[in-house]
Design a protein around this ligand. Sequence first.
Ligand code: GDP
Ligand code: MG
Length: 162
Amino acid sequence: PLPVLAVVGRPNVGKSTLVNRIIGRREAVVEDKPGVTRDRVSYEAEWAGRRFKVVDTGGWEQDVLGIHASVAAQAEFAIDAADAVVMVVDTKVGATDTDDAVVKLLRRSGKPVVLCANKVDGPSQEAEAAYLWNLGIGEPYPVSAIHGRGTGDLLDAVLRVM
Ligand code: GDP
Ligand code: MG
């Protein structure tokens, strides 16, 4: 079976946009309003000659649990089933309590994780990404999923740990 890469993070940080970049197609549904990706959707991808599965998460945001608990719950399921995880954070917003909750789950899982500092659309925003070292899960990779900036370096880092 192919190794599985899970993409986790809060609603609207750009998980589905990143997944579309990774698979090179527009299949993961991107929406301005959160809550669009239903459950977990798996796609086949390839980078540097290696094939793997990438799992998009999201869509339980409307859950009765509230945003915080439902993000944590779905991240937990996805992390369990994954060989490696990309945690996506919106660099324009910074780290939130919900991001901290996901970090705790990642630590407990012991799974390898690569931190995607998304929405770094230009070089002037790269300094903001550096604040995400504070999450304590290693180097933040500055990425603009929407423009494709930095996604190659991110995937190289993923393949090193997966
Ligand atoms: P998800 O809820 O985490 O799956 O986020 P989506 O992929 O659906 O994206 C949410 C919103 O953020 C959409 O309006 C995207 O176009 C936007 N977005 C995603 N990536 C980027 C990025 O790199 N830069 C900017 N400026 N916007 C982005
Ligand atoms: Mg989504």
